[in-house]
Design a protein around this ligand. Structure first.
Ligand SMILES: [Zn+2]
Length: 687
């Protein structure tokens, strides 16, 4: 049936077949909650049958009957999964959460059943061994290599007893990670700062005070409860005027989950040890080596080479910043700057030196203007693409709008869904994901969405963004472009399916357009007067952003190096004193600064002990090195911005994971990526 509208009868689960809507946009209006459960279950059954058929194929294994067949398998599960997790992130309900909890172990077991199928792995291994002599193209060779690595990392190459050991280790790691998370949750609650006199919160905004009063009420306490944010630096440390209260808040933050009932130190040490044993079982020297096998960085040595170049300039700059802060603090009679003073005096410097009043800027950044005259306009200038609103297509929520993306040639590329406002049931933060992947093999075009958490304005009022929110929109749209401009054959390699340490590269690059004079002047206009933002203010925003980079880089590098230290332990080297281990790791790496603790200390480093970032926290800066280098490349490009954009699109954005990203950068830049542009951007080349 062409076009749109309600297409499924009430009894038919629309997730069991490809959507008849344009671009296979899911028929949201026809989907009921129970359809997810049914489609996920049916999708697993279907894929298991497909996998069994591939594994039992009497024909000699080749690319088409093994790897390509795997790429074609599981389409119902994939379709239902993409949609379900989109809804779970943006429109969650207790029913949706129940399905999430029910399916997490089922999906993990399903994935294990595929990856630990010995007959299937033998076929992949055979295709892999012959990959250079089978007439395969570069994308096919890379696909075979990715598949084999996925299987090896899951333990497919192990014999039966070793596989039992692996399952046991995975089980223990999952138990310890859950313990880590639960300890942390309890420690966060326990460590919240309770004050009864509002004067103790002097300097805090009225919003922050209201939130603290509400938090206290919710816990049945008098007064105010300042709950802890995840990283070491607590937002209120920048504004609290009472030094003793700052000290209490800071101490609560750095000491959480590091002693007593909820001490995560021993848990972290056990996780590191279990991971080291698992890595050894899989044939790697350390857990870091196992993790880096599937990252663009490729090796611990490459990560070290990058970090080594950053540590000394970051520490030197942080020391210079400390001197500036100490001078201002001395005016308040503080003779020795303490860690809990840093954010407070740093904000003073920002206000005195740069005079950027970020609140007063919001009327210049109205959402529709930022979106159409900024984000879309930049994409048009740089890549020649345009955005056509499709009122006839509906999103998964009334807030969601749908655009068709059209290339300069008139070719339609895919759909972009914008979901910008915070609401109940949407998780925090901002992200991009696909509802449909671009793939020539299966003949589908990309359908991508951006989800942000901009506060919903009052009815009839415009949504005015902060500078940070404008940056977030450009950033997330950069991920969307990576998905939309993909031109690859295989779904496993499509769009943003790239290693974790480079996935942030295209999104960070897209942030460059936000403050470019010709683009900024196009969208930053006062919402009522239409007056353009003063270019001097734009410059001040840029300059102010550089202040504090010494501190930010040091706290980030310290956490990164701590992550590396824990995950480079050899098996059998257990850590009895986690705090001493942490101190020693930071000292050895040259980032131990009394005034600047790591962004996360061991006890609350959830990314690496209970999230997906173990030995991977370096990824953010790895991507930023490529990003800063590419931004300078754009600026120095001899052709038009469109020429540069086309080249970047062809070399990087269109390629998905079909080529190594560092290699794409190399061919774009004509040389090895260099860390100097990042140092310049952060102002770290000056100390
Ligand atoms: Zn991102």
């Amino acid at each position: 049936m062409p076009g749109h509208g309600r297409v499924a009868s009430a009894n038919v689960n629309p997730l069991l077949t490809p959507s008849p809507l344009p671009y296979q946009l899911p028929p949201f209006a026809d989907i009921r909650v129970e359809h997810y459960r049914e489609a996920l279950d049916a999708g697993m059954v279907q894929q298991r049958a497909e996998i069994d058929a591939i594994a039992a194929d009497p024909a000699e294994p080749d690319f088409a009957n093994t790897v390509e067949a795997l790429e074609r398998s599981g389409q119902t599960l994939h379709r239902a999964g993409l949609l379900f997790f989109a809804i779970a992130g943006t429109c969650s309900t207790p029913e949706i959460q129940a399905i999430e909890a029910e399916f997490a172990p089922k999906l993990a077991a399903h994935s294990d059943a595929i990856h630990l199928n010995p007959a299937l792995f033998a076929r992949i291994d055979a295709v892999h061994a012959a990959r250079h002599d089978a007439g395969l193209d570069a994308e096919q060779v890379r696909l075979v290599e990715r598949y084999r690595l996925d299987f090896v990392l899951a333990g497919a190459g192990l014999d039966e007893p070793a596989r039992a050991d692996l399952a046991e280790l995975n089980q223990q790691i999952s138990v310890e990670s859950t313990r880590f998370q639960q300890n942390l949750l309890a420690a966060m609650e326990q460590s919240a700062l309770h004050v009864t006199d509002v004067a103790d919160l002097d300097g805090a905004s009225s919003d922050a005070i209201d939130a603290a009063a509400e938090a206290a009420r919710a816990r049945g306490l008098d007064g105010y409860l300042v709950t802890l944010a995840s990283p070491t630096s607590q937002p209120l440390l920048a504004s609290l005027t009472n030094r003793a209260v700052r000290e209490r808040l800071y101490t609560a933050s750095v000491d959480r989950a590091s002693s007593g009932e909820y001490d995560n130190g021993p848990t972290a040490a056990r996780i590191a040890q279990l991971r080291a044993r698992r890595a050894a079982l899989l044939g790697f020297a350390t857990h870091a080596d196992a993790m880096l096998a599937d990252r663009a960085a490729g090796s611990s040595a490459a990560v070290d080479a990058l970090l080594d170049r950053l540590v000394a300039p970051a520490v030197a700059n942080a020391r210079a910043e400390a001197d500036v802060l100490a001078e201002i603090a001395a005016r308040d009679g503080i003779t020795e700057l303490a860690p809990w003073d840093w954010a407070y005096y740093s904000d003073r410097v920002r206000a005195e030196r740069y005079r950027v009043d970020t609140g007063a800027l919001r009327p210049y950044f109205e959402l529709e203007a930022v979106l159409h005259d900024g984000v879309f306009h930049a994409a048009n200038l740089v890549y020649g693409i345009t955005f056509r609103r499709r009122e006839d297509l509906v999103g998964y929520h009334p807030d969601v709008r749908v655009w068709e993306v059209v290339d300069s040639t008139g070719e339609v590329l895919g759909l972009y869904l914008g979901d910008y406002f915070a609401r109940k049931g949407k998780r925090g933060g901002a992200w991009m994901s696909n509802l449909v992947d671009q793939t020539f093999l299966l003949g589908t075009a990309p359908v991508v969405y951006n989800s942000l958490n901009i506060p919903q304005p009052a009815a009839g009022e415009p949504a005015l963004l902060t500078v940070d929110e404008v940056g977030t929109l450009f950033h997330e749209f950069g991920h969307a472009l990576h998905g939309l401009l993909s031109r690859v054959t295989h779904p496993r390699l499509s769009g943003t399916s790239v290693p974790r340490d480079v996935v942030e590269f295209p999104s960070q690059v897209n942030e460059m357009w936000m403050l470019r004079p010709e683009i900024l002047s196009h969208y930053a206009r006062h919402v009522t007067t239409g007056e353009p933002l003063d270019p001097a203010v734009a410059q001040a925003i840029r300059d102010a952003a550089q202040w504090g980079e010494g501190f930010r880089t040091v706290e980030y590098l310290a956490a990164t190096l701590l992550d590396q230290a824990w995950h480079r332990l050899p098996p059998g080297r257990s850590v009895d004193d986690p705090a001493a281990f942490e101190d020693e790791a930071l000292r050895a790496a040259g980032v131990a600064m009394e005034l600047i603790p790591p962004r996360y200390r061991t006890g609350y480093f959830q990314h690496v002990f209970a999230g997906g970032y173990s030995a991977g926290y370096y990824s953010y800066i790895w991507a930023e090195v490529l990003d800063a280098d590419t931004v300078e490349w754009f600026e120095a490009h001899p052709g038009s911005v469109r020429d540069a954009g086309d080249e970047f699109r062809r070399t990087v954005l269109a390629r998905g994971n079909t080529v190594d990203f560092t290699e794409s950068c190399r061919s774009l830049l004509g040389r090895e990526p260099d860390v100097a542009p990042l140092l310049r951007r952060r102002g770290l080349d000056r100390a």
